[in-house]
Design a protein around this ligand. Structure first.
Ligand SMILES: [Zn+2]
Length: 191
């Protein structure tokens, strides 16, 4: 389902009035339209087809070594405040004959990030999708992000970074595998 842009435009006009602004002043006249466009993009992950997204980018490869992709940029929206959280995601997995094209892992992250999210859930959805789509032996995903809802309001902890991780399969079962993952992405194991 497409977003209802005319409805969003009307709501943003109402929002501008509710905060005491004048939606008809020059700088704001096109704002409802711009916001509707932005929200259509920022929530496009609800309407993305994962199969279409990744199917042409799964390759056969007979390796049992860990594949690591570091520093995938993440931009998402927290579902509690509709404010952005953003940071980086590091992915490791052990394939069983199939690997992802590198850019597709970034697309996969984008697909889940362009929804209203909790960082914990986003991290889990990425790891589960990798596990399911290529039948990986194990997957580890770590995400480090800053939340504007914490930085701009509330506790105003400007420098705090939230770290979440999700491990599946051999990454869950084997401490050695987890430690290899953490050391490859440049994080020391912290117990
Ligand atoms: Zn929030």
């Amino acid at each position: 389902m497409e977003v209802d842009k005319p409805k969003i435009e009307g709501l943003i006009r109402e929002l501008l009035l509710a905060i005491g602004e004048d939606p008809d002043r020059e700088g704001l006249q096109r704002t409802p339209k711009r916001v509707a466009e932005a929200w259509s993009f920022l929530t496009s992950g609800y309407r993305a087809d994962m199969r279409k997204l990744i199917n042409d980018a799964i390759f056969t490869q007979t390796t049992n070594s860990m594949v690591i992709v570091k520093n995938i940029e993440v931009y998402s929206l927290c579902e509690h405040h509709l404010l952005p959280f953003f940071g980086r995601c590091h992915i490791g997995y052990i394939p069983t004959g199939k690997v992802f094209g590198v850019s597709k892992l970034a697309r996969l992250v984008d697909m889940f990030a362009r929804r209203l999210q909790l960082q914990e859930r986003l991290t889990e959805q990425v790891s589960q999708a990798i596990m399911d789509e290529i039948g990986a032996r194990g997957v580890g995903v770590m995400m480090e992000a800053r939340h504007l809802c914490m930085m701009m309001r509330g506790v105003e902890k400007q420098n705090s970074v939230m770290v979440t991780s999700s491990v599946l399969g051999t990454f869950r079962e084997s401490q050695a595998t987890r430690e290899e993952f953490l050391s490859l992405i440049g994080h020391a194991a912290t117990g």
